[in-house]
Design a protein around this ligand. Structure first.
Ligand SMILES: [Fe+2]
Length: 387
């Protein structure tokens, strides 16, 4: 008897090295790919924090040539990907290393796609569009949240259209991810909050995604436990490397879960919002999360109850309606505890913007795996609730 195709699950992951100080060993991994010249992708903030210098020292120590490309914006733009690819070609690089948050990592993934195919990055929007393997890619995340360093996603910003677009393919999973909790010491409280909430949303959306399964569920639940249990304390004690490690590990587990189970309506709607307003991705998620959870609950009540229990809510004797309410309250309280009191209205979004935002959210790949199938009208209503 053949298996039902919709029930088959795959799990893709890079080679992961996890631990304080592992960034110093990047040259060993570049060398295993026979690197002659590395394109080192980063951004000005990460350079100023000193993490680029650590990577440079490692490469110099092994005699590996490199050129630095750090013209990357907080929401990386297609022009930056194309310029980085030109740099890769003109400098005759053969390996890409990125150090930074989601922006340099996504930019580096985009550069890999462009140099492999010799075509414009906009041609690769969508799922499984990549035909030629990218050059060896080594990523070193400096935030605990985006998980671009383990994921099959690339999110880029098309400034002309005021929207983000996604590329989803196992071909953009990096070859090596060096996850070093020390690098998150440079995150300020706001960035810690944005990226931490993003990671929690990754875990929640992956756990209830229609693509979830036994390979991703344990990672999603452990991620929720680690982030919920340590994020607020980490923000209050920014120098505590033990707490940094726990949140970084949670973020990594959330990344492994969502990269393989995909996401849901929070991300579809937040990608649309982030392209429109150029706001931090985690902040966009934070504004939307409890509204989407309330909307989705009825589509997967038992799984949402497990989420509630994992977040420490005592569900004994509660009806599903009560669990749903407690879960929403918990998410709002957690957001407040990390410093978020945002609404869409606060950022200048008005009801006249909702049709534009909703149309783009409906075109995002993440909407396809949302547990409750969502119409344009549903998405408009949820945006309206978050105003
Ligand atoms: Fe995200």
């Amino acid at each position: 008897m053949s298996a039902n195709l919709s029930q088959l699950r795959k799990f893709v992951s890079p080679e992961i090295i996890f631990g304080a100080g592992c960034r110093h060993h990047v040259a060993n991994y570049a060398r295993t790919f026979g690197a002659r010249k590395v394109l080192l992708v980063s951004d000005p903030g990460v350079t100023a924090a000193g993490w680029v210098a650590d990577v440079e020292r490692s490469l110099q120590g092994q005699g590996i040539d490199y050129c630095l490309y750090s013209d990357v914006s907080p929401n990386p733009r297609i022009e930056e990907v194309m310029a980085g690819a030109e740099r890769y070609r003109s400098e005759q690089c053969d390996v890409i290393v990125a150090v930074g948050g989601g922006s340099p990592m996504d930019c580096a993934k985009g550069i890999g796609i462009v140099v492999a195919h010799g075509r414009h990055i906009l041609e690769f929007e969508g799922v499984d569009t990549i035909r030629v393997p990218s050059p060896p890619l080594i990523l070193i995340p400096t935030t605990a949240g985006t998980s671009a360093d383990v994921s099959q996603f690339v999110i880029l910003s098309n400034q002309q259209e005021r929207m983000k677009f996604s590329i989803v393919s196992k071909a953009v999973v990096p070859d090596v991810s060096l996850i070093d909790p020390e690098t998150t010491l440079s995150m300020d409280p706001f960035l810690s909050a944005c990226t931490g909430i993003d990671a929690l949303v990754h875990a929640i959306e992956a756990f209830v995604s229609t693509g979830h399964g036994p390979l991703t569920d344990p990672h999603a639940l452990e991620a929720m436990r680690l982030i919920n249990g340590n994020l607020v304390e980490m923000i209050a004690n920014p120098a505590d490397i033990g707490l940094r490690e726990k949140v970084m590990l949670g973020s990594m587990q959330a990344g492994l879960a969502f990269s393989n189970a995909i996401l849901g309506a929070v991300h579809a709607m937040s990608h649309s919002l982030g392209g429109f307003l150029d706001l931090p991705h985690g902040l966009c998620n934070a504004v939307l999360v409890e509204h989407v959870v309330a909307f989705n609950y009825s589509a997967a009540p038992d799984r949402f109850k497990l989420i509630a229990q994992t977040l420490g809510i005592d569900c004994r004797g509660l009806t599903h309606n009560q669990v749903r309410q407690r879960l929403v309250e918990h998410l709002i309280a957690l957001k407040r505890a990390v410093g978020f009191h945002e609404t869409l209205g606060l950022h200048g979004v008005g009801s006249s913007d909702i049709p534009f935002l909703s149309r783009h959210a409906m075109g995002d790949p993440c909407i396809l795996t949302n547990p409750r199938s969502s119409s344009l009208r549903d998405v408009e209503v949820v945006y309206g609730e978050a105003l």
